[in-house]
Write a protein that binds this ligand. Structure first.
Ligand SMILES: [Zn+2]
Length: 87
């Protein structure tokens, strides 16, 4: 047993980009819970859950923190969203 579980939360979205945005929004809204692994959040179509798409970059940065930007961002990685205090 790893003690790790996955919560499947179906959402309605017009396309993959919006589904990934919903995944990031849901994750960030639950970021205050230490048990939530933001970097592990993925989305998939309901009828093909074996093909998952990462919603966060999650690249490891200096100091051990993780990048909090979307998975396919083109700007430099950062551990903190602009305009938001870090935790
Ligand atoms: Zn990044």
């Amino acid at each position: 047993m790893t003690g790790r579980y996955v919560i499947h939360l179906p959402v309605r979205a017009p396309d993959l980009a919006r589904a990934k945005m919903l995944g990031r929004t849901a994750g960030r809204s639950l970021a205050f819970l230490a048990a939530v692994n933001l970097g592990g959040i993925t989305v998939s179509t309901e009828d093909n859950q074996c093909v998952r798409h990462w919603v966060f970059c999650d690249r490891k940065l200096d100091g051990g923190r993780r990048c909090v930007l979307r998975a396919d961002h083109e700007t430099p990685c950062t551990a903190r969203l602009p305009g938001r205090p870090g935790r």
